[in-house]
Design a protein around this ligand. Structure first.
Ligand code: BTN
Length: 237
C-alpha cells in the first residue's frame, strides 16, 4: 500500500525522506507544490515555479541496485506519458525527453549504514510550466508546452504510481519488463556523444543500454561500458 504525504512547501522531498525514513513506512510518497531547495543530479539545483509535479517515493523493503531502480522509475514515467498521448524518450541515464527536450528528471539516492537501508526516488516533472529560467530554456519543455493542455498534479501522480507499481512488482520477482521499455525508448542509441572516461575526454558512438543499466559505446572500434556520469551531445570541454 502506498501512503501519500503532502506539503504545500518543503525544502526537498528527497531530503524530507532522508530525515524521516526511520519513522515512515515502505512505499511512502511525499509530494509538494513547491521546493525551496530542490536538488538535481550531480550537485545541481532543481528549481520549480509551482507548476511542476514534484514527489519522492521511499522504498525500505525489497531494495536492490539504485541504478536499476532509477531505470525502472524512468520506464514507469515513459509508460505514464505514453498513455497520456505523448511520445517520450529516455536520455541515459535518466532524463525523460519530449521533442528532444527534458520534461522530467529523476534523482535516486540510497541511504546506507552497514547495508543499504532505504532508497529514495525523487522525480520532478515539468507539467504546466509556460517558461523556464534562461540557462535551461532551450533544453527544457513541459507537458503543457507540448499538448497545450493543463494537467491535474494528483491525477498524473496516481497514474505514475500505478505504472510504477506494476513494473516494481515485476522487478522484485526478477522481471525485466522495465528494461524492455528503456531499451525501446533510448534516445542516445546510434548517436555520437561526448563523455569523460577515467579522466579522458572522448567522442564515442552509443550502441545501446545494457541489462545492468550501463551504456554501451563504441570508441575507435572498442566497446566500453559507461556506468555513471554524464554524457552530452555537444562538445563542452
Ligand atoms: C535531475 O535531472 O537533475 C534530477 C532532478 C530531480 C528533481 C526531483 S524533484 C523531487 C525530488 N526532490 C528533490 O530535491 N529532487 C528530486
Amino acid at each position: 500500500m502506498y501512503k501519500y504525504i503532502y506539503f504545500e512547501e518543503i525544502d526537498s522531498t528527497n531530503e524530507y525522506l532522508k530525515r524521516e525514513y526511520k519513522n515512515l513506512k515502505d512505499k511512502t510518497i511525499v509530494f509538494t507544490s513547491h521546493q525551496s531547495k530542490g536538488k538535481g543530479r550531480l550537485g545541481r539545483s532543481w528549481v520549480d515555479d509551482k507548476n511542476s509535479l514534484i514527489f519522492s517515493i521511499l522504498l525500505i523493503k525489497n531494495i536492490k541496485n539504485p541504478t536499476l531502480i532509477s531505470l525502472l522509475s524512468g520506464a514507469s514515467l515513459l509508460i505514464t506519458l505514453e498513455k497520456m498521448g505523448f511520445k517520450p524518450m529516455i536520455k541515459w541515464p535518466n532524463d525523460v525527453l519530449l521533442n528532444e527536450k527534458k520534461c522530467a528528471g529523476i534523482l535516486v539516492e540510497g541511504i546506507t549504514s552497514k547495508t543499504l537501508d532505504a532508497i529514495i526516488i525523487g522525480i520532478g516533472i515539468n507539467l504546466n510550466d509556460t517558461h523556464f529560467e534562461k540557462e535551461i530554456e532551450t533544453k527544457a519543455i513541459s507537458l503543457h508546452q507540448v499538448s497545450k493542455k493543463l494537467y491535474d498534479k494528483k491525477v498524473v501522480l496516481t497514474n505514475f504510481i500505478e505504472e510504477f507499481d506494476k513494473l516494481y512488482t515485476d522487478f522484485i520477482k526478477d522481471g525485466r519488463e522495465y528494461l524492455n521499455i528503456i531499451k525501446t525508448h533510448s534516445y542516445l542509441d546510434g548517436k555520437e556523444i561526448y563523455l569523460n572516461y577515467y579522466g579522458e575526454d572522448k567522442k564515442v558512438t552509443v550502441k545501446h543500454i545494457n541489462d545492468d543499466g550501463s551504456l554501451s559505446v563504441i570508441d575507435k572500434g572498442n566497446e566500453l561500458s559507461i556506468s555513471s556520469g554524464e554524457v552530452t551531445l555537444e562538445k563542452n570541454y
